[in-house]
Write a protein that binds this ligand. Structure first.
Ligand code: MOS
Length: 728
């Protein structure tokens, strides 16, 4: 029986609950010093003067770094490494200020408390320049991006404008989503330790190889001299996908101080210098025939970026693949602000984009007087709408049907304001969830030890999503060993390299490499056990036997001992098809249904019930998968009703940079969440048949909630978050 798909408990669970799991800031090093970042308090301009004399004399202070004395880096610290690994950083190379919150000095002391106290004694004076902080104004000068995280900024097929003009029915609306900031429980943290010319970084990162590349290139040293260690990450969600300024600054400070240095960002420092989701304005135009068939779709997105660097929130991406339509145009534009560089935040594009397109589809359903689910089915994309390529696997129809059934959708009256429960207006809404599936190159090694246990390694990351567990399961099946006898290790650049744990790609990328490496070991075992007769060998539960002669049995340990006692090893590197050469289009989907209740007088909104079914390929671990999707849906509720980063338009300061005023849901905000999966196995996509599930959960649900709010109240809210002020 396969270990993969079993809902086994997290293999790293005991380490986490006993506090044994070591996170970046928890590594103990002799003579460790502590750094605190000093940040600019203006949005744009330059540093007129910096007086560190008092700070320098404060108790325990080792070093104050600023642009006056920081090491000069090659190319001024701008190595231009491609995202996600590299971003435009602030490394104390000049006196220019690009945003409020930008690092302008670093104070290093013997204790954290001394560093915090001394950081408050650094005196800075600025020359202010006029900053562009207003998205409404910046929109006027929006520019096309030079590149996108995936795909092209603009696509068009057919003639969307002509088809729109000729359509029997049209919906044309503008939807907006706010700036948001990810806040994993573990803030970013880095420890840097030099031994001669060699640098070791203990970093909370989604991409150890990316950190190595970015830090080495920025400092102008060879990557072989940099080792990055990251065995546990307390949540990433995209903000830890790139190497931000504090990582390089910590390495610079450790070198100058001649001792290891730790820098752990305080919660307010998570808002600004390490990215967040850009705000968007999305114009969606749908043209349809009276029978509901779409004849035209336009989705034009403007998102904010930083003057320092282009980053695109690619909200039009889902629209390019969701529905069958012959006339489609999608564009992405950027409005540059004097703020910190924005970045990937869980389901970049798909979460904000599905809110717009799925709200517009609901509006079209009402314009047609057609059930919103019927409208989706009438426009079901049987193949990729643009290329005509078949899907590697798609079971969205089954998701819709099963979720609708479990929800009781058939009983929904079409008319808004037609259901109530006492003082609450009740509404039911639905939307489509979707996220693309991609693979990256990855490698792994496997070693069967003389005691019959195995050590399997890949330089990937564990963000809390279950990588340790799932890779252990993959290795167990491929090696014919119970999972307890496998030790899977990750998070060290000394291990075979893997890609960024972003874009929901870890399982799809790393599992094939782990599988191949373990199969390599198993082939060697078979050759030892029955040379020339390997096809006949069965390897199961740590025992070898012959299909033709089940009585001939030997344990792995006994065989290795007989063969001289050396471990058996194999490694593997697995690559996906070259981009664009794939025979299939690949994407995950889901049908999300929810109930909202709105207090008729107070406008208070709650979401007592969500039912969501997903088509995501093969489930590697049903228990962890369910947790991922529940977490994503909770964040979707947050996105719909609570989250917003507030930028002060005078000084460019984020004013709610804490978890009291940056609202996220608590248990009382979350009702029942019923998540299920279609029985699927996408082996056209990769050898393990799984498409990745980290991000799809947050998609669709904000639109479903907005649609349910309309159904409850008759009020169409086209902005997020939907607040009670929007309803009273
Ligand atoms: Mo995800 S936002 O690609 O870490």
């Amino acid at each position: 029986m396969s270990v993969v798909t079993q809902p086994i408990d997290r293999t790293d669970g005991p380490l986490k609950v006993t506090g044994e799991a070591r996170y970046a800031a928890e590594f103990q090093l002799p003579r460790l010093a502590h750094a605190v970042m000093v940040q600019s308090t203006i949005a744009k301009g330059s540093i007129a003067s910096i007086d560190a004399s008092v700070a320098q004399q404060a108790p325990g202070v080792v070093l104050v770094l600023s642009h006056l004395n920081a090491p000069k880096l090659p190319q001024g610290g701008k190595a231009f490494i491609k995202p996600p690994a590299g971003r435009t950083l602030s490394l104390l190379q000049d006196d220019v200020v690009h945003y409020n919150g930008e690092p302008v000095a670093l104070v290093v002391a013997d204790t954290f408390e001394h560093a915090v106290a001394a950081a408050g004694l650094v005196k800075l004076r600025y020359r202010k320049a006029r900053a562009q902080l207003d998205f409404e104004q910046a929109k006027g000068a929006a520019h096309p991006p030079k590149q996108m995280p995936q795909g092209e900024p603009d696509v068009a097929w057919g003639d969307a404008d002509k088809a729109l003009a000729a359509a029997e029915l049209r919906v044309q609306q503008t939807y907006t989503t706010p700036m948001q900031t990810h806040n994993p429980m573990e803030p970013h943290a880095t420890i840097a330790a030099w031994e001669g010319e060699r640098l070791t970084l203990y970093d909370s990162t989604q991409y150890i190889s990316g950190v190595r590349e970015a830090v080495a290139k920025t400092l102008g040293i060879s990557p072989e001299r940099v080792r990055v260690v990251s065995p546990f990450v307390g949540g990433g969600f995209g903000c830890k996908g790139s190497t931000w300024s504090h990582v390089v600054l910590t390495a610079m400070a450790a070198q100058r101080a001649g001792r290891p240095v730790k820098l752990s960002l305080a919660r307010p420092q998570m808002f600004g210098p390490v990215g967040g989701r850009p705000q968007t304005e999305q114009r969606v135009a749908l043209g349809a025939q009276k029978d509901g068939k779409l004849v035209a779709i336009r989705h034009d997105v403007i998102s904010h970026t930083a003057v320092m660097e282009d980053f695109v929130e690619p909200s039009s991406m889902p629209t390019r693949q969701l529905y069958a339509c012959g006339n489609v145009a999608a564009t992405q534009r950027l409005a540059a602000l004097d703020v910190g560089v924005p970045t990937f935040q869980r389901a970049p594009g798909e979460s904000s984009g599905t809110f717009a397109i799925e709200s517009a589809m609901d509006e079209l359903a009402y314009a047609l007087d057609m059930d919103p689910l019927e409208l989706r089915l009438a426009n079901y994309a049987e193949a990729d709408p643009r290329t005509g390529k078949p899907w590697s696997s798609k079971m969205l129809r089954e998701c819709y049907a099963d979720a609708a059934e479990r929800f009781g959708w058939a009983k929904r009256p079409m008319k808004p304001r037609s259901m109530r429960d006492g003082h609450a207006l009740v509404g039911w809404g639905m939307a489509t969830a979707t996220y693309p599936a991609h693979r990256r190159p990855a490698s792994a090694s496997a070693r069967l030890l003389p005691d019959g246990t195995a050590l399997v390694r890949s330089g990937t990351q564990e963000l809390g999503t279950g990588t340790y567990t799932v890779m252990t399961q993959v290795a167990a099946d491929a090696l014919g060993l119970p999972p307890e006898r496998i030790d899977f290790e990750l998070g060290d650049t000394l291990m075979p390299p893997a890609g960024v744990s972003g874009g929901s790609t870890t399982v799809a990328s790393v599992a094939p490499a782990v599988k191949a490496a373990c199969e390599g070991v198993r082939a060697k075992l078979a050759a030892l056990f029955a040379p020339g007769n390997e096809q006949d060998v069965v390897a199961q539960n740590g025992w070898l036997s012959l299909k033709s002669d089940p009585a001939r049995r030997e344990s792995y340990a006994a065989l290795l001992a007989r063969a001289g006692g050396a471990p058996l090893e194999a490694s593997a590197h697995e690559e996906p098809e070259e981009r664009g050469k794939e025979a299939y289009a690949t994407r995950s989907f889901g049908g999300v249904f929810c109930e909202v209740r709105v207090d008729e007088d107070l406008g208070r909104i709650s979401v007592p019930r969500i039912v969501a079914g997903y088509s995501v390929g093969r489930l590697m671990n049903a228990k962890l998968a369910r947790s991922q999707l529940i977490g994503g849906l909770v964040w979707g509720v947050s996105m719909a009703l609570l989250e917003e980063t507030h930028l002060d338009l005078r000084e460019g300061r984020i004013v709610n940079a804490n978890l009291a005023e940056y609202h996220v849901p608590v248990n009382a905000d979350i009702g029942t969440i019923d998540v299920f999966f279609c029985d699927e196995d996408d082996t056209r996509f990769n050898p393990v048949g799984a498409r990745g599930i980290g991000e799809i959960g947050i998609t669709g649900i904000p639109g479903a909630i907005a649609n349910a709010v309309y159904h409850a109240t008759g009020r169409r809210v086209r902005k997020l978050p939907i607040l009670l002020d929007d309803l009273i």
